[in-house]
Design a protein around this ligand. Structure first.
Ligand SMILES: Cc1cc2nc3c(=O)[nH]c(=O)nc-3n(C[C@H](O)[C@H](O)[C@H](O)COP(=O)(O)O)c2cc1C
Length: 272
């Protein structure tokens, strides 16, 4: 079902699924002071996580109580009926807040027998029905996704006391759309992707750098080839959970799941 849903999108390619481009490029490198303040009534500065007790070895990582200053209630009557729209609203607010790389997300995969693994990626685009990230198809995640094409994504925007969890089926982006994205990357990134057999052992750093130099010399003045082992993944969420930090740990959690029968989404509140 989910695969069928995704097919037309996959074939339509990367550029058409551009409702929300999640690449703020170097936006997050701008100083905090040059940023626009959050559009909500939230306070204008980042909470002071440093105020957590302890320090150095054995430090206690306190989830600072000041986050409660930022906690905006997450109410059923305020959220969008479409979770993609709700995600777009929260992503825009994360962009307005002092959050570095709000498009960074943890992606969890698992082997067919259920052993999980987790790592960060940059989610480049999202639009109904998919969230798109790029990676090496022969990496550990790539091999796990080939054998078990389901994944979970987690965005965490601590300055807003928010997380968003997504789960769903994953499929490869159409090759032409992946190639288009690869060619849009800086040449250095393209060379690194070509030279790197992601997740495989390398003898040492020098070997890796020598391979990059070799490729740079080989393709000097020419367009780099698009590696067939590198490209996009589309996660087609069948659930979204929006989590908002609230006072006394009485957090808000709203879960969207696909309506049965489709179309649309069902919304339920979960206990914190
Ligand atoms: C903030 C951040 C963003 C990252 N973005 C990507 C990405 O978009 N694609 C990717 O393949 N690896 C990315 N990485 C590296 C991955 O976390 C990971 O090291 C790599 O993909 C290999 O993972 P695997 O061995 O589980 O397949 C990123 C790491 C960080 C910390």
């Amino acid at each position: 079902m989910a695969n069928d849903r995704g097919k037309s999108g996959a074939q339509s390619g990367l550029m058409r699924i551009s409702t929300l481009n999640l690449t703020p490029s170097t936006e997050y490198l701008r100083s905090a002071s040059s940023r626009a303040p959050p559009s909500s009534d939230a306070p204008r500065s980042r909470p002071a996580w440093d105020s957590a007790p302890g320090g150095g070895v054995g430090r206690v990582f306190g989830y600072g109580s000041r986050v409660t200053e930022f906690a905006q209630p997450l109410r059923e009557q305020d959220v969008a009926s479409d979770p993609f729209e709700q995600f777009a609203r929260w992503f825009a607010e994360a962009g307005e807040a002092v959050i570095r790389a709000p498009e960074a997300a943890a992606v969890a995969t698992a082997t067919p027998d259920g052993a999980p693994s987790l790592r960060m990626v940059l989610v480049k685009q999202t639009s109904e029905p998919a969230f798109v990230f790029f990676s090496n198809y022969d990496s550990r995640k790539g091999r796990e996704l080939a054998a078990n094409p389901r994944a979970a994504l987690l965005f965490h925007w601590d300055a807003l006391g928010r997380q968003v969890r997504l789960e769903g089926v994953v499929e490869r982006l159409a090759a032409a759309a992946s190639a288009e994205y690869v060619r849009s990357r800086p040449r250095g990134s393209q060379l690194s992707a070509l030279a790197s057999h992601q997740s495989r052992p390398v003898v040492d750093r020098e070997t890796l750098e020598a391979r990059v130099e070799e490729l740079a010399a080989c393709y000097a003045g020419r367009e780099l080839p698009v590696p067939d082992f590198w490209g996009g993944y589309r996660l087609l969420p069948d659930s979204f959970e929006f989590w908002q930090h609230r006072e006394d740990r009485l957090h808000d959690r709203l879960l969207y799941t696909r309506a049965d029968p489709p179309p649309g989404w069902k919304l339920v509140r979960l206990a914190p």
